[in-house]
Ligand binder design. Structure first.
Ligand code: SAH
Ligand code: TYD
Ligand code: ZN
Length: 406
């Protein structure tokens, strides 16, 4: 069992255990389901640097490989967000002669394709070969490798230093985060920035978004813990912006210590985290009890509607659905199948709970009485698209931040 902090070596104190869980994006065939990998999904907080992190972890090769199911371009909202990110970098950071940007975890090229279109030098570092291929098909340069200090040194030797190193929903996935920060130190130009956007502990606690907890999310960042981490590796946290992705994230900007004036938002968010006692054991214990309450309530609702003979379909098969179905014990008796728009998930089973994943047309064929919204962070986009379901009398079941039937 892991008890030392991956950032500072301090003691990690466990506060929640979501039980025996598989890898969240390890969608499988019925034959593969026979020999599935499980681990104990538990989270703790470092008593020294406040970094919230998994207690046990899944080796990275079991999470990222040639059949990685998450495609970043899967939602219109995400495509738009990352295109805007690219434009912002082009306007504000990549303005010198022959700029160079590196993205850690570029996935299917959702961000870098806009950089490539602008003709700017770039490199995606992406170990999952199947999504790396999708990025290449969009004209993106990709190195299929795990980012760490060795990779950083090789990239620098071949391409020179980077003006921007970017990562989205990736930096919190990498357990060797010390090596990542040393690598960025090696790679970044003196005036460059390391920008990363990741799920926010503040949102997870505030919205009871416990389903953000899964094997890939090794760290649950806060402004407090990221600032301490930045300083430890010679950087300074110069900006922290709240963004709406995945239900509420923070975009952190690190620069070399003293190179840039920190934005007022950093101090404001730190003060807010202190006032909320975000990383304190009592707060995290309260979070655990709230999660247990949601579990009881959701199971009661599902059992009631099923006992009345009503049909229920799961909507979306995000990594989050793996945590929820396995922790709550939701099987095909309660939710016979889920629909998801990602072609590579269709026809497979949700890890652990083994709910079959079907294509979206199965949703209206015929409409169920209830839809359990696993992809709740895309609620607006999905509910607008599925207006006919509601018009036909269908009702949505939501469970974050609390159980609601609407
Ligand atoms: N940036 C995209 C994709 C996030 S999914 C988005 O925000 O939607 C996380 C990605 O990080 C996966 O494609 C995975 O293969 C990649 N990844 C995981 N560990 C990595 C590492 N050590 N170095 C680089 N990429 C990594
Ligand atoms: P997402 O919340 O982006 O990811 P994570 O796996 O990190 O929790 O995943 C959303 C899932 O929902 C993804 O598998 C695609 C699916 N989806 C639909 O099926 N229909 C839709 O209209 C949208 C927006 C998403
Ligand atoms: Zn620590």
């Amino acid at each position: 069992m892991k008890t030392d902090c991956r950032v500072c070596g301090g003691k990690v104190r466990e506060f929640v255990d979501l039980g025996r869980q598989p890898t969240a994006n390890g969608f499988l065939t019925p034959e593969e389901a026979e020999r599935e990998f499980f681990f104990r999904l538990a989270v703790g907080v470092c008593e020294r640097c406040a970094m919230v992190q998994l207690i046990e972890e899944v080796p990275q090769e079991l999470r990222y490989h040639g059949a990685y199911r998450y495609h970043a371009s899967g939602s219109a909202g995400h495509r738009q967000h990352f295109e805007q990110n690219a434009l912002r970098f082009l306007e504000t950071e990549l303005t010198g002669p022959d700029p160079f940007v590196v993205e850690i975890g570029c996935n299917d090229g959702v961000m870098l394709s806009a950089i490539a279109e602008a003709g700017v030098r770039h490199l995606g570092v992406e170990p999952s070969t199947n999504v790396a291929e999708l990025a290449r098909a969009k004209g993106v340069n990709v190195l299929t490798r795990f980012f760490d200090e060795g990779t950083a040194a090789d990239v620098r030797a071949e391409h020179g230093s980077a003006d921007v190193v970017f990562g989205a929903n990736t930096i919190c996935h990498i357990s060797h985060i010390d090596s990542v920060l040393r690598g960025v130190d090696e790679l970044l130009s003196p005036g460059g920035v390391f920008v990363f956007e990741e799920p926010y502990l503040g949102t997870i606690v505030e919205r009871t978004a416990f389903d953000q907890i899964y094997d890939e999310h090794v760290f649950y960042f806060s402004v407090t813990s990221v600032r301490a981490m930045a300083e430890r590796f010679g950087f300074e946290l110069v900006n922290a912006e709240r963004i709406p992705l995945h239900g509420g994230e923070i975009r952190y900007t690190l620069a070399r210590a003293g190179a840039r004036v920190p934005a007022p938002a950093v101090g404001a968010l730190l003060a807010d985290e202190n006032a909320r006692r975000l990383s304190e054991p009592e707060t995290l214990e309260r979070f655990r009890r709230t999660v247990e309450g949601v579990k009881d309530e959701l199971l009661t609702v599902l059992r009631e509607v099923r006992a009345e003979g009503r049909s229920v379909v799961g909507y979306g098969a995000p990594g989050k659905a793996t945590t929820v179905t396995n922790y709550f014990g939701i099987g095909t008796d309660l939710v016979p199948f889920v629909v998801d728009s990602t072609p590579s998930k269709q026809g497979l089973l949700v890890p652990g709970s083994h709910l079959p994943v079907r294509a979206p047309h199965a949703f209206s064929d015929p409409y169920p009485d209830y839809a359990l919204l696993f992809a709740w962070n895309h609620a607006e986009e999905i509910m607008a698209k599925e207006q006919e379901f509601q018009d036909a009398g269908g009702r949505w079941i939501l469970y974050a931040p609390e159980v609601r039937v609407i």
